[in-house]
Design a protein around this ligand. Structure first.
Ligand code: HEM
Length: 553
């Protein structure tokens, strides 16, 4: 409260001097500063207060100040919870849910984000458990009151109005330093987003993914060939290498040599690591950071590829589809060089960690459920018998229903732990009997949507447990199939890389099942599964360490 104070080093000396009885009673210790402030022993003289205010006697003035603050908080929460007041022109109440500490909001989003038993996303699970309708609750995210929505009905109602009633925020300048300002994710204007998505989408059509499958096979084979019988392997590491392999080989369409691959991996790591580095995000001197140097290296690779494609014509890479993408309504419209660079970077960012984590969870699930692994293997061996060693996208889609079910079940149980990009309400609207005032943040919770699906929900919650609830078979029968499912998001911002992600994950698991006869988890078993506390998609604490028991061929 900017109170000028006398510099006595022990404040308890002053309190004891004036309130001997309270000062000697430890139980009241936490109340001392408040009591002394209200009664005026500590003045709230502040240079900024108008002189008339400073003339009021300190006890009255302080009582007035605290009283006004308390009434303000009680009435409309404007003082400590800025922007959280309900819209008076709506009769519906605000969603339930605590906004946390008056000064900092729900610090739990950051400090209680996960633990080893439940993994990331813990704050949201706990917050939901305190309200009567878990499909809608509010919380405070970095000073922004936010409504979290779950259940397809709520998600559809809100996210079908993307760009109108809700919109993502304007990009923070410092983030654009790292990811460029021209990428799809940062575009908030509907028309521009539609245009950009139409052009970028040409790199993710079924035909484009058909052409991508050979590169995905090469990347997966490269990694699976490194597995040795009786050796142990942390699958998270191997799968990260696989998805980065997809990034340079398929997305960027490069032909890197051994030492360049190493350099590419390091650069991607340094660049993505910049997100959590304050110097990169907020401080001057960005150009001298590791992230900036890595970014400049990645941009050089991308620019070289653009020049190569312009001189030598198209190939099957994602970059090639971007360079040659045209708007069929106006053939002169094409992605600019900057747009291609920024979106190529976005595809690496959005596609690598997500697919690697999902596959890591699949490996854990297959290690815990050997019967599932055997069925997955049988399906692949049968396919090899019928069609030989080849693998095409059509085969992955039509001839591998069990493989498809294993991936869907992994993503049902362990989707994105938090939420996607935060949207903001452009006007007050009502949903599920509550009002969401203009300016509120709006987010979806994928895990909660899956958890509350009436088609699979069990009262003890075991349908969300990887040991008791992992049942790919449920996807093979119309009567048991989940009905509330959105691992790739919903609405106009539905994952652009869906086709590539599914093909990439299927190729890896299919080739793994063909090659590995049997494997064991090294550190985990049905009664001992632990999770990393903080990650975008939940990951086993040990990164799914396996021991290969037998290899085929
Ligand atoms: C298992 C893998 C993946 C998962 C679980 C996943 C999930 C998601 C989700 C939930 C969203 C919506 C975010 C929101 O609405 O705020 C999204 C958007 C997006 N994803 Fe994915 N994704 C995956 C793989 C990929 C891949 C491989 C790529 C591309 C190479 C990709 C590119 C994108 C892009 C560009 C967007 C933004 C779309 C837009 O704003 O219009 N994703 N993804």
């Amino acid at each position: 409260f900017a109170s000028p104070s006398v510099g006595i080093s022990s404040s308890s000396f002053i309190v004891r001097d004036q309130f001997p009885r309270v000062a000697n009673t430890n139980a009241f210790a936490p109340l001392r500063p408040l009591r002394s402030a209200v009664t005026g022993s500590t003045t709230l003289k502040c240079a900024l207060l108008p002189s008339v205010v400073t003339k009021i006697s300190p006890p009255v003035r302080n009582a007035l100040l605290f009283g006004t603050a308390a009434v303000a908080v009680y009435k409309n929460r404007r003082v400590f919870y800025p922007g959280s007041a309900p819209d008076p022109s709506f009769s519906e109440p605000l969603p339930e849910g605590s906004l946390g500490c008056p000064l900092f909001g729900n610090l739990g989003v950051v400090v209680n984000s996960g633990d080893a038993q439940t993994g990331p996303g813990k704050f949201f699970r706990e917050q939901a458990s305190t309200v009567s309708n878990r499909k809608i609750f509010k919380y405070m995210f970095f000073g922004r009151p936010t409504v979290m929505l779950s259940g397809m009905k709520n998600v559809k109602e809100a996210f079908n109005t993307e760009f109108k009633r809700i919109k993502t925020g304007v990009a923070i300048n410092s983030f654009t330093r790292l990811f460029g300002g021209n990428n799809l994710l940062l575009i908030t204007d509907q028309e521009r987003h539609q245009y950009m998505r139409k052009l970028l989408g040409q790199s993710m059509t079924p035909e484009a993914i058909n052409n991508a499958v050979p590169a995905l096979i090469a990347g997966a084979t490269n990694q699976i060939d490194s597995l040795k019988s009786e050796s142990t392997q942390e699958m998270e590491k191997l799968l990260t290498a696989f998805t980065l392999d997809v990034a340079w080989r398929q997305i960027l369409g490069l032909d890197l040599k051994e030492d360049e691959i190493e350099k590419f991996f390091e650069a991607t790591d340094d660049w993505i690591g910049g997100i959590t580095n304050l110097r990169v995000i907020l401080l001057p001197g960005f150009e001298r950071t590791k992230a900036a140097k890595a970014l400049s290296y990645l941009k050089t690779l991308i620019e070289r590829k653009i020049d190569d494609l312009n001189s030598n014509g198209p190939d099957g890479s994602t970059m090639s589809y971007m360079v040659y993408a045209r708007d069929e309504e106006d053939e002169t419209k094409r992605l600019t060089r900057e747009e291609i660079i920024d979106n190529a970077l976005l595809l690496i960012l959005a596609g690598s960690e997500t697919a690697a984590s999902t596959l890591t969870v699949s490996m854990l699930a297959l290690g815990l459920h050997k019967d599932v692994f055997r069925k997955l293997r049988d399906e692949q061996l049968d396919l090899v018998t019928r069609k030989g060693d080849q693998l095409t996208r059509a085969m992955l889609d039509k001839d591998c229903p069990y493989l498809d079910a294993v991936i869907k079940e992994t993503m049902r149980l362990k989707p994105l732990a938090g939420t996607g990009a935060l949207r903001f309400a452009q006007e007050t609207f009502t949903i599920d009997g509550k009002q969401v005032p203009k300016g509120y943040g709006v987010a979806f919770n994928i895990r909660q949507t899956h958890e509350l699906d009436p088609a699979v929900q069990l009262p003890d919650g075991s349908h969300m447990d990887i040991v008791q609830g992992f049942k790919p078979e449920r996807w093979l029968n119309e009567n048991t199939k989940p009905t509330e499912y959105m691992p790739f998001g919903y609405g106009p911002r539905f994952c652009l890389g869906y086709n590539l992600a599914m093909a990439e994950m299927k190729v890896f698991l299919a080739l793994f099942a063909r090659r590995v006869g049997d494997f064991d988890l090294v550190n985990m078993s049905a009664d001992n599964v632990t999770w990393q506390k903080a990650s975008i998609i939940p990951k086993p604490a040990d990164g799914a360490v396996i021991k290969v028991k037998s290899l085929v061929k």
